[in-house]
Every structure is written in structure tokens, then in C-alpha cells.
Design a protein. Structure first.
Length: 134
């Protein structure tokens, strides 16, 4: 299960200008999406309004390689197809782009507390036109 938090407009000050989801709802909400249907579920949320989505996904099988390589090296091998990780490989197949490794993401033995920080840019996004310019 992937939990996507969509910030309300009152929380806009919390967003990074570079990596913010830039999708506001009238009230603060949590949207729970099954990870196998993230992109399909986003399309139901008036996808032309969603500019991008950022997620953290645990490096599920990193514990098997932790004594041989860094989490960054592990992620790089998954990205290049040298290794398979059920979470990261799935996210990459669904159009997410790897940004960096997140340490201490959550207490988790399988991932040794590491996660990947990923971004999905919505190809359907259309910026609202200003009524002054239209």
C-alpha cells in the first residue's frame, strides 16, 4: 500500500518549490492507492491538474546486499537492470524517475531503513491559463 499525502492550499508553505506535488484540494486529505494502480488512480483525480508526484519507496531487498554495496549502488544496479527489486523496479516501470536515496525512511529490516525518493511527472498536466491572458 502506498499512501500519497496531498497537501491542502493552507500547507503550501511546507512544499519544496522544486519537488512539490503542486496539487491542491479544498481540504487536507490522504489518498490511499494500491501500488499496482498508482498511475491509473492518479488519472481518476483529474490528472490534468496534477503536475507531479513524489514518493518514497523502501529498498525492499537491500538487506541481501547491504554488506556488499551502498544503498545508492544498489539502487543504481536496479535502475540499470543488473538487479531486481520488487518495489523500485515496479515504480521505474510505471514512469517514476529515481532522485536519490532516503536514509532512515522508516524502521524496516528488509530495507535497512533506506528508501528511494522518486518523482513522476504527469504528461497530461495542463497549467491553468490566466483569465487575464485568455
Amino acid at each position: 500500500m502506498l499512501v500519497l499525502r496531498i497537501l491542502s492550499s493552507s500547507e503550501s508553505h511546507l512544499q519544496s518549490p522544486l519537488l512539490s506535488p503542486v496539487y491542491f484540494l479544498p481540504i487536507d486529505q490522504f489518498v490511499c492507492l494500491c501500488s499496482d494502480s498508482v498511475v491509473a488512480s492518479i488519472q481518476k483525480l483529474q490528472c490534468h491538474l496534477l503536475k507531479r508526484m513524489v514518493v518514497g519507496g523502501r529498498l525492499y531487498n537491500y538487506y541481501k546486499q547491504a554488506n556488499k554495496m551502498t544503498p545508492r549502488e544498489y539502487a543504481q544496479k536496479v535502475i540499470t537492470g543488473e538487479m531486481h527489486d520488487p518495489v523500485l523496479s515496479f515504480q521505474l516501470k510505471n514512469g517514476f524517475r529515481f532522485v536519490k536515496v532516503l536514509p532512515d525512511y522508516l524502521y524496516d529490516r528488509r530495507s535497512v531503513n533506506y528508501a528511494s525518493f522518486l518523482e513522476w511527472v504527469n504528461p497530461e498536466y495542463r497549467q491553468k491559463s490566466s483569465p487575464i491572458l485568455s
